[in-house]
Write a protein that binds this ligand. Structure first.
Ligand SMILES: [Zn+2]
Length: 496
């Protein structure tokens, strides 16, 4: 799907107040074209309805030839490509001494090859970031930054767009209005935070120069973090006490009090992250039949909607400046969503693969809990079936499918009791899985299985072999029970 902002289609040569640059990198200021001398009727109208004299989006030209692009048909389909780069912005490289976070999600790990070096932080974001870091460096007696001490929140106050629009001079960058959160749990733990390696108390060294940008439902937000140093651990290369941890490291989060750890607002990938709210939505959508591609496309729409709203408000503001057209006042064009220039928005919406990786990591992280939950379910009546659909989506080796089917056993409530990928449909492939069900039923004192549905009667003996409880109190139906038993007539004498 080629998702585009509605304003990207406005023609540059006909837009009177502000034109959209034709390329993502073009940010040159634009100006009002010299208007034609107004007629007396027009002057009267413009006095009463000034917005009419400065149309932002010109009326449709009915004589304009219509372009028919066959590729447009493809736009109706889902793509899940996402928008922009997940590049974490950089100012300087100071990560050499950081411990690698083993819990970091693998999404975006391909960028570790160095093929996609980090881009410099856009100027508007760099200034806002530095301002907040400087403010947060002023600690009170308890070591708390003003945000924690005075406002008692993790989120920096953010002016609403309405109030920004009241400023004397408003640029597109003012309207970006990035959302910041400050993460410094060390200042909130009076007893300190133990080092994940040696349990020595960590101390705060400095702020992390790479603020982490995370994706939320219709916007991105920035996490300001700190680097904590262990006074005892020695760096394997330098042999000095220079081992540091980024304070959003999963090992740091793991040792925090739970009420504090849950306030961390994101699940991080290698260079970016997804807000916990959006992650919750992602789980719900996936569990209700929405795929990663659809989810990515829906996310694109939400982000572009927010961007378009800002763009429209900016154009609306310019349209109200009715005298600027005469004075030759110039205005900066509103950069495109994906503009990666120094003044660009650097918009980012993750693609389907990235989202899928994040979800897979979540599932793998909780694998043991899912298995435990499944093992504790009852299984009095079960059904067994093979599915050949999912195996088509699993990577092939030398053109051959590794697994031919997914064997699923469900219980009397329709809940999955066992789920196994099998190489063949032979009984040996899932004997261990069935024995596992029997073991857990006995372990948790459930009623043993007494009925089994299958679409293959050849399974009968095998299932009875695995679950002897299937044979209890069962009277086999005799083969010729519908026939009268043969009785020898009395008049027949039998000689032996
Ligand atoms: Zn240590």
């Amino acid at each position: 799907m080629n998702v585009a902002s509605i304003f990207q289609f406005s023609a540059q040569d006909t837009c009177r107040a502000s034109s959209v640059p034709s390329s993502p990198s073009a940010t040159a200021p634009t100006s009002f074209p010299d208007p034609l001398p107004p007629s007396s009727h027009e002057t009267e109208l413009s006095a009463n309805m000034s917005f009419i004299s400065h149309n932002i989006i010109p009326p449709e030209d009915l004589q304009c030839p219509v372009e028919l692009d066959d590729e447009d048909d493809g736009n109706l389909e889902i793509s899940g490509d996402g928008l922009g780069d997940e590049d974490e912005f950089s100012i300087e490289g100071d990560e050499a001494d950081d411990e690698r976070d083993p819990g970091e999600e693998d999404a975006g790990m391909q960028d570790m090859t160095g093929l996609h070096p980090r881009r410099p932080m856009p100027l508007w974001l760099r200034d806002a970031f530095k301002l907040k870091v400087t403010k947060s460096a002023q600690r009170n007696k308890k070591g708390l930054p003003p945000l924690y001490a005075n406002h008692q929140t993790f989120w920096f106050p953010q002016p609403s767009t309405f109030f920004i629009l009241q400023w004397k001079v408003v640029s597109p960058q003012n309207l970006y209005n990035p959302k910041f959160t400050l993460w410094d749990p060390e200042s909130l733990c009076p007893n300190g935070i133990p080092c994940p390696n040696c349990c020595t108390w960590l101390c705060r060294l400095c702020h992390i120069s790479h603020p982490r940008r995370c994706v939320s439902i219709n916007e991105t937000f920035i996490i300001i973090g700190y680097r904590y140093r262990c006074p005892k651990c020695l760096h394997p290369v330098s042999g000095k006490n220079t081992v540091t941890f980024r304070n959003w490291d999963t090992r740091i989060l793991a040792v925090l009090p739970s009420e504090l750890a849950t306030k961390f607002p994101a699940r991080l990938s290698h260079r970016s992250g997804i807000s916990t709210t959006l992650a919750g939505w992602m789980w719900s959508c996936f569990q209700n039949g929405m795929g990663a591609k659809q989810f990515s496309d829906a996310l694109c729409v939400q982000h572009l909607l927010k961007y378009d709203e800002l763009h429209l408000q900016y154009l609306d503001l310019l349209a109200r400046c009715t005298l600027d057209g005469w004075s030759g006042q110039k205005y900066e064009a509103f950069p495109l969503f994906e503009n990666r220039g120094p003044q660009g928005l650097h918009g980012f919406v993750p693609g389907a693969i990235w989202i899928q990786d994040m979800y897979d990591c979540y599932i793998e992280e909780h694998k043991s809990k899912f298995n435990q939950h499944t093992a504790m379910l009852s299984a009095e009546i079960c059904a067994l079936d093979h599915s050949h659909k999912i195996t088509k989506h699993i990577t092939k080796v030398n053109g051959e499918e590794v697994f031919t089917a997914l064997l699923t056993v469900t219980n009397q409530l329709g809940k999955i009791r066992s789920c196994n990928l099998v190489a063949t449909k032979s009984h040996a492939q899932f004997e261990e899985a069935l024995k596992g069900i029997l073991h857990s039923l006995k372990l948790y004192s459930h009623i043993l299985l007494y009925l089994f549905f299958t679409d293959n009667m050849a399974d009968k003996q095998f299932l009875e072999h695995c679950f002897l409880s299937l044979l209890e109190s069962v009277v086999p139906v005799e083969k010729y029970q519908n026939l009268e038993p043969l009785v020898v007539p009395d008049n027949v004498l039998i000689f032996i």
